[in-house]
Design a protein around this ligand. Structure first.
Ligand code: PFF
Length: 462
């Protein structure tokens, strides 16, 4: 049989998996939640969750992938024939995410061009972002981003994904650290003479705000942190199963899981240092809007107030965001392609070619969801949204907790955790967090996932 292609070794795998995990979620969602949910309080809760829930989910996905050597659909089938359905549901998540991730990548591309071609003034013009996304011509940016993603996946695991990740991830890390340090040096004097500094902003970010803390607030912050964790680690959507299936048997999975967690959480934490002090100095923390608003409206305003330096920082920031989005987007397409290659017994180039055509169309449709195909829908969690938000809701709020719940039941109670532990110890080293893994997968994960699922479907109001 032809040897399955894969990552060349530990570094290639860790950088590609961290590339998938580090995405726009780290840059626009993590800092927003941290500012909203009591600074250090959110940070502490998030950290505890990464080391428990995140560790369990990541370990499970990667070990399933490497042990079965398959992508989600056949991985679950080879574990228990009757559980193939879970593989199919897992496969659906990237299928949905792929319809909109390139659209967001396209928005970033647009802002990169704004900062290359001008001083960034265009980005702070009234309604620049809204005007852009509601114009049908915005689809071209999404299409270019989609094509870029397809070319990388077309070139294969080692020559495409690994090569790009090995270049992008170190550059990205240097950029985040550089902008974070710059952000701490910022200073401004308000009209009333008050001085605001980056270091004061840092204090706001790091200090746990315990004022008015109630059980309900604590629970709400924990649930915010939990749903962020899922999205951020790219778990429970088959991506880490696919990447796991490309890992050689001699790679130390235990270490790899820790390294991926450290990189993902580290970049999210640094994104907070990059963004919160800058927003604090120039517009006070009221400027910390959520999601796209933070990245495409608040931050360009902050960059503009920095004067000359703002153009460079703005360009660097959007390049960094573009890199982060690209390595995430390729992992989504790769996971879909890998499942399709196994399903239809087709080879990579043909599969990627066909998927690219489908997703170029899907990207265009979702991008046009703000203009020609405009709809406004009320979602079960209370928010309203357009096509992109609907896709995001189905995949992240609805399917992901559901998949995690079922996979915890399958591994914890039917197959038993020792099946995963064996794989983690394959290289001869003891799986140091074995006890923690056992308790988490059998008892804690099912409870947490039920709560999360009920909350995101609107049955539990926190
Ligand atoms: N983990 C990425 C982020 O934090 O932005 C997002 C992501 C990548 C989500 C890949 C889903 C996915 F399939």
């Amino acid at each position: 049989m032809k040897q399955k292609s894969g990552f060349s070794g530990q570094i290639g795998f860790v950088l590609a998996a961290a590339g998938s995990a580090v995405g726009v979620g780290n840059l626009w969602r993590f800092p927003y939640l941290a500012a909203k949910d009591g600074g250090g309080l959110f940070l502490i809760i998030y950290l505890v969750l990464v080391l428990t829930v995140g560790f369990t989910l990541l370990t499970t996905d990667i070990a399933i992938g490497r042990k079965t050597g398959k992508s989600a659909i056949y991985a679950y089938e080879s574990m228990r024939k009757k559980w193939k359905f879970l593989g199919v549901i897992t496969f659906i998540v990237p299928v949905i995410i792929m319809t909109y991730y390139a659209v967001i990548g396209g928005w970033i591309l647009k802002y990169i061009t704004i900062y290359i071609l001008g001083s960034g003034k265009e980005a702070v013009a009234d309604n620049c972002f809204t005007n852009f996304i509601t114009s049908p011509s915005s689809v071209w940016y999404g299409i270019v981003f989609m094509l870029l993603t397809a070319i990388i996946v077309y070139n294969g695991v080692e020559k495409g994904i690994e090569r790009v990740s090995k270049f992008i991830m170190p550059v990205l890390l240097v950029m985040v650290v550089g902008i974070a340090i710059f952000s701490l040096t910022l200073k401004t004097t308000l009209d009333d003479g008050t001085v605001r500094t980056g270091l004061q902003g840092l204090k706001v970010y790091l200090t746990p705000d315990m004022s008015g803390i109630t059980v309900q607030k604590f629970l709400q912050v924990s649930l915010d942190a939990m749903s962020q964790l899922f999205f951020s680690l790219s778990v429970s959507m088959g991506i880490m199963i696919t990447y796991g299936s490309y890992v050689k048997k001699d790679v130390n999975l235990n270490k790899a899981v820790s390294q991926i967690e450290i990189m993902d959480t580290g970049v999210a934490f640094l994104a907070g240092i990059m963004i919160i002090p800058a927003v604090f100095v120039f517009s006070g923390l009221d400027g910390m809007s959520a999601g796209p608003g933070l990245m495409f409206v608040s931050l360009p305003n902050v960059f503009f107030r920095m004067g000359m330096a703002g153009r460079i920082v703005g360009l660097l920031f959007f390049l960094l965001a573009g890199f982060a989005a690209l390595t995430s987007c390729i992992s989504v397409l790769e996971s879909i392609a890998a499942n399709c290659m196994e399903l239809f017994h087709t080879e990579r180039k043909k599969t990627t070619g066909v998927l690219s055509i489908i997703y170029l169309i899907a990207t265009a449709v979702i991008a046009l969801g703000y203009s020609i195909f405009y709809v406004e829908v009320k979602l079960p969690n209370g928010s309203t949204g357009q096509l992109l938000d609907i896709m995001d809701y189905i995949s992240n709020s609805f399917l992901m907790p559901f998949i995690s719940l079922l996979s915890a039941i399958l591994i914890g109670w039917i197959i038993k955790p020792s099946w995963i532990v064996e794989e983690m110890e394959l290289n001869g080293k003891k799986f140091s967090r074995k006890k923690l893994y056992n308790v988490m997968i059998r008892y804690i994960m099912p409870v947490i996932m039920v709560i999360l699922f009920l909350q995101s479907t609107g049955f539990l109001d926190v």
